[in-house]
Design a protein. Structure first.
Length: 146
């Protein structure tokens, strides 16, 4: 299996691995993700009905209000938060979400993660060392949540 190593910058410390869930559009918080299950509920979103629980989220930016951080804090409380986050463009919403949920998170990757990582790839995020390791997989489909 092909592996890709990407250098990046730490947003929130930690080291976690998981299956990638890639959002090509911004991720909303309040009203966009169901906190108890981690399921994307935003109508018309490319990943509507997919769960972020235990996934490595790869996304371009956060959108919406600062309620975004509260949603991620609540997901951590309910055990439905992502394993890690790779954020192309960091802002106060996504940084607060990483900190309040204590989710290992990185940004400023040397290669645009949205051009390298696909949903279904296995991704190791070592925020402590500023390294993302991507293991490409054959099948990147995820089941829908009922």
């Amino acid at each position: 299996m092909e592996q890709i190593i990407i250098k990046c910058r730490c947003v929130y410390k930690g080291h976690k691995s998981g299956e990638a869930l890639v959002f090509h559009e911004g991720v909303g918080g309040w009203g966009s993700v169901e906190e108890c299950s981690g399921t994307v509920t935003e109508r018309g979103h490319e990943l509507q009905r997919k769960s972020v629980k235990d996934k490595v989220l790869v996304f371009p930016y956060a959108k919406g209000s600062c309620g975004w951080a509260k949603v991620f804090q609540n997901m951590a409380h309910f055990g439905s938060s992502p394993a890690a986050m790779i954020i192309r463009t960091i802002d106060n919403r996504s940084a607060l979400g990483a900190v309040t949920s204590r989710t290992p998170s990185v940004t400023d990757a040397e290669i645009d993660p949205l051009t390298v990582i696909e949903t279904g790839d296995w991704v190791d995020v070592n925020a402590d060392q500023g390294i993302i390791t991507v293991t490409k997989k054959e099948n990147g489909s995820l089941p829908e949540v009922d």
